[in-house]
Design a protein around this ligand. Structure first.
Ligand SMILES: [Zn+2]
Length: 150
């Protein structure tokens, strides 16, 4: 027996067992493999590995608030996650200087010893963060949780 992850034309995923790969092809071609959700017989094999979100980011202290990049941010964020992010935000705000849109510039100055070394946070564009990474300047992007009181 062979186990296949299957996907119908409407994108429903389900799985099925077949005698062998020819068994699946033959049954699918005869319309014998139907989606349990919508009954579609337009079924094909899906990839076996789950997709990894392209923009997964670890919550590590530092700059670049990006509220829009939160996965499932549409009010669906679990309370525990929101609480952790709010705590993280508090820590960053307490311990770091806010430098706003000058983040990339300021990070570069600190890196080159042109100003007092300290934790900073602020916003930067994708181009700026890319340039910083290329220069070997370490920073992290974190999802910026809304404040408790907002
Ligand atoms: Zn379906």
């Amino acid at each position: 027996m062979i186990h296949y992850q299957l996907r119908c034309a409407a994108g429903h995923e389900f799985d099925g067992w077949f005698k062998n790969s020819d068994g699946f092809e033959a049954q699918a071609a005869s319309g014998l493999v139907a989606c349990p959700s919508c009954g579609s017989t337009h079924v094909e094999r899906a990839l076996m590995t789950p997709g990894i979100p392209r923009k997964a980011r670890m919550p590590v202290p530092a700059p670049a608030p990006e509220p829009a990049s939160l996965p499932a941010a549409g009010g669906l964020m679990p309370d525990a996650v929101r609480a952790a992010l709010q705590k993280l935000r508090e820590e960053v705000e307490k311990n770091c200087d806010y430098v706003g849109a000058d983040f990339a510039e300021e990070a570069r100055r600190i890196h080159h010893g042109e100003t007092m070394p300290r934790g900073i946070y602020g916003e930067s564009t994708d181009e700026e963060t890319e340039a910083l990474a290329e220069e070997g300047i370490s920073f992290a992007r974190i999802p910026w949780a809304p404040r408790n009181d907002s």
